[in-house]
Write a protein of this length. Sequence first.
Length: 91
Amino acid sequence: MSWTVLVIILVLIPLVAAVLDSPLGRALAARVERSGARDGEGLGRRVAALEAETERLADEVRQLREESEFLRRLLEGRSSANALPPGEQRG
């Protein structure tokens, strides 16, 4: 079985090379290059949008952290203020 696969690959290599060297192959390569250049511009915009979104999310995380710290301090102060004074022991 491995020999048949090897023979098929050896036959396909020149066929693929002939197709890629043909006008059809060159036209496909030019189309891929044009779409790659166009995607490069879009990629820059997408990266800038992702950076802006990351900064916005980082600001929200900072704000949530500050609110969490505030609430924690508030609850800690409240629990100590509402604590009952030590009582007398019965005995």
